[in-house]
Design a protein around this ligand. Structure first.
Ligand SMILES: Cc1cc2nc3c(=O)[nH]c(=O)nc-3n(C[C@H](O)[C@H](O)[C@H](O)COP(=O)(O)OP(=O)(O)OC[C@H]3O[C@@H](n4cnc5c(N)ncnc54)[C@H](O)[C@@H]3O)c2cc1C
Length: 283
């Protein structure tokens, strides 16, 4: 199929973006890497009247570290994040996650900001942002707003980005030395969206998980932190882990049914992923 007709505007600055968003309101859609938006237009799942192309706004494509925080611009492509030395050194969880996102050709065009703004519940990056306690910075005509990752993802394809705003960068505290990170997912083929995935961090080194953060994706309408499992596992010995996980993940997660799996299968996969993370942390 071909997209419905649309107008196209290329913005060269954030002010131009805000002008265009004011002018066209909800009829307009931001175009970043186009890796999700263009297929959705071609399939006529959406038909905005105007696309506002932000790709040429150079100040949105950067990765740096300043005042103890890693900052990643919204137009940083997945490939930029994947090959970044700062990300590899400071945010190992993110470095582990990147190769799981789609395929090389898509990672060469798709952007961090596009993935977070789309808020696909099966996507890797939203869960990483929640696990890393990231701050997402959105900007509009009147200035910037900082939103904790926990509050940014509102539901399936729904975020805290308001009318007239775009996501401009994320800010993430580096993972402390000694903390361990683990990223894994079940998908039909490598590069497919996850059926269930897990982004996990254990804050203290040692045999017990300690300050564990378990954030699932593909298991509900947004990234889901497994708070019951985290606190129950903190005090558990390895032999108790499976029964604790089976009991607590039922309270933490609300898995959906789709063509890949039902809730029981997803809960089982979630428990297996957590067990593997804990095993990795104990080495
Ligand atoms: C075959 C295939 C497989 C894929 N597999 C995966 C996968 O396994 N995991 C995964 O996470 N993704 C996957 N993707 C999606 C890919 O990661 C996209 O790059 C990403 O979801 C969107 O990024 P984009 O820059 O292409 O955004 P676009 O497609 O340009 O935009 C996506 C949405 O975000 C909005 N938007 C974009 N940038 C901003 C911004 N800065 N502020 C506000 N709104 C904005 C747009 O208006 C649009 O609604 C896959 C895509 C394809 C085609």
């Amino acid at each position: 199929m071909k997209p419905a007709p649309f107008a196209y505007a290329r913005a060269r600055s954030l002010d131009e973006v805000f002008d265009l968003l004011d002018q066209h309101g909800p009829e307009a859609r931001i175009l970043a890497g186009g890796q999700s938006l263009l297929p959705s237009l071609a399939l006529r799942l959406s038909s905005p009247a105007v696309l506002i192309d932000i790709c040429r706004i150079k100040e949105l494509r950067f990765i740096d570290e300043a005042s103890g925080v890693v900052r990643i611009g919204a137009l940083s492509r997945h490939a930029d994040v994947e090959s970044s030395g700062i990300v590899a050194r400071r945010l190992p969880l993110l470095a582990q996650a990147m190769p799981n996102i789609a395929h090389v050709a898509i990672r060469n065009r798709g952007t961090l900001g596009g993935s977070l703004s789309l808020a696909d519940p099966a996507a890797e990056l939203p869960a990483c942002m929640v696990a890393l306690n990231a701050t997402l910075v959105v900007a509009g005509r009147t200035g910037e707003r900082r939103v904790a990752a926990d509050d940014f993802f509102k539901g399936m394809y729904e975020t805290a980005i308001g009318p007239g705003e775009i996501l401009v960068r994320v800010e993430i505290a580096p993972t402390p030395a000694g903390a361990k990170t683990h990223f894994a997912e079940f998908s039909r083929r490598h590069g497919d969206y996850a059926i269930v995935g897990l982004a996990a961090i254990a804050g203290r080194p040692g045999p017990k998980p300690g300050e564990l953060r378990l954030v699932y994706f593909g298991c509900g309408d947004r990234p889901a932190r497994a708070l019951h499992a985290e606190s129950a596992l903190d005090a558990a010995v390895p032999a108790e882990r499976r029964s604790i996980l089976e009991a607590s993940l039922k309270s933490d997660l609300d898995p959906q049914t789709d063509m890949h799996a039902g809730p029981q299968t997803r809960l089982h996969m979630a428990a297996v992923l957590a067990e593997r993370a804990l095993a990795a942390f104990s080495h």
